[in-house]
Ligand binder design. Sequence first.
Ligand SMILES: [Cu+2]
Length: 158
Amino acid sequence: MLTRRNFILSMGVLAGSSAAAACPLPAMDGGEHAVMMLNANCGDGQTPNVFEPAILHVNVGDSVTFVPTDAGHNSASKRGMIPEGASPWNGALDERLRVTFDVPGIYGHICLPHYEWGMVGLIVVGNDLSNLNAVKKIRHPGAARKTFRALLKELEVA
Ligand SMILES: [Cu+2]
């Protein structure tokens, strides 16, 4: 029987477990990767609206699933920030979207509602940085400029 007290207890357990479970990346098999869409950074719990990981390295032919761990986000490839011949994607809000990467190179992607607030990420396929200069030329509004610059710098020194 669900008494009021039990109801409150079970709500507490649910809230606690979902907060703890939000951070570790979902387990994926070889060739399958996940990027979580989060309201706050796992590490510091502060930086709002992030892709986790912000930079993901995958092999040619691998797939990435954008996971709507938190609500209100999407992933869309940024025009001019994907390799020539690659297909763009544009996930709906809260959509769990799986994208397969057959063309090597750097892919920049953004969350449309939080683009200006710096919710952006990079996926590098096949360790290929040959479109780096093209990617760096793209202009961004607000905090996206700073975040993309920081992520691209991380790529260059890695
Ligand atoms: Cu977002």
